[in-house]
Ligand binder design. Structure first.
Ligand code: FES
Ligand code: FES
Length: 156
C-alpha cells in the first residue's frame, strides 16, 4: 500500500493507505479526526469540507494519495490556546447550529468565503457562496448571520 504523508493541523502525519482512500477517510479513520463529517456520497452536502493549502475542498472528492505533502486544516485545528476561532465563536453567539452535523463543513466553508471575499460580507454573497453546503435543521438564517459576524470578527 502507498504511504501518504502530509501536514494536518500543523502536525506531520503519515500512514499506509489503499490508493482508493479518500481524504475524508484518511482523516476520520487513520487520524481519528472525526470532526469532519460524511453526510452524503454524492459530493453535495459539504459536511466534509476542510482546507487544503488554504483553499476549501470537499474531502470526499479527493484521494489521500493525491495530496502528498499538502497542508490540511480540519475543524479540530481552528481553536488556538483553548480559544475558539472567531468564526466558531460567531456560530456559537448567533445560534448558527442545531444538531451540529453540518457545522464543521459550514465553518470551514465560511472561513474560505471570508478569505476570498473579504471580511465585510453581505448576506446575499454568503447565501450564494453556501450553495455547496446543506443544512437540514436551521433554515440557514442564523448560519448566514453567523458568517457575516464571523467575517467581521476575522477582519477586526
Ligand atoms: Fe462530502 Fe457530502 S460528504 S459533500
Ligand atoms: Fe443540523 Fe445543520 S445544524 S444539519
Amino acid at each position: 500500500m502507498p504511504v501518504v504523508a502530509m501536514t494536518v493541523n500543523g502536525k506531520a502525519v503519515s500512514a499506509d493507505v489503499e490508493s482508493r482512500t479518500l481524504l475524508v477517510q484518511f482523516l476520520r479513520e487513520n487520524l481519528r479526526l472525526t470532526g469532519t463529517h460524511v453526510g452524503c456520497d454524492t459530493s453535495q452536502c459539504g459536511a466534509c469540507v476542510v482546507m487544503v493549502n488554504d483553499q476549501s475542498i470537499k474531502s470526499c472528492t479527493a484521494l489521500a494519495v493525491s495530496l502528498q505533502g499538502a497542508h490540511v486544516t480540519t475543524i479540530e485545528g481552528l481553536a488556538k490556546d483553548g480559544k475558539l476561532h472567531p468564526m466558531q465563536e460567531a456560530f456559537r453567539q448567533n445560534h448558527g447550529l442545531q444538531c451540529g452535523f453540518c457545522t464543521p463543513g459550514m465553518i470551514m466553508s465560511a472561513i474560505d468565503i471570508v478569505n476570498r471575499n473579504g471580511s465585510r460580507l453581505e448576506e446575499k454573497t454568503v447565501r450564494e457562496e453556501l450553495e455547496g453546503n446543506i443544512c437540514r435543521c436551521t433554515g440557514y438564517h442564523n448560519i448566514v448571520k453567523a458568517i457575516v459576524a464571523g467575517g467581521a470578527a476575522m477582519g477586526a
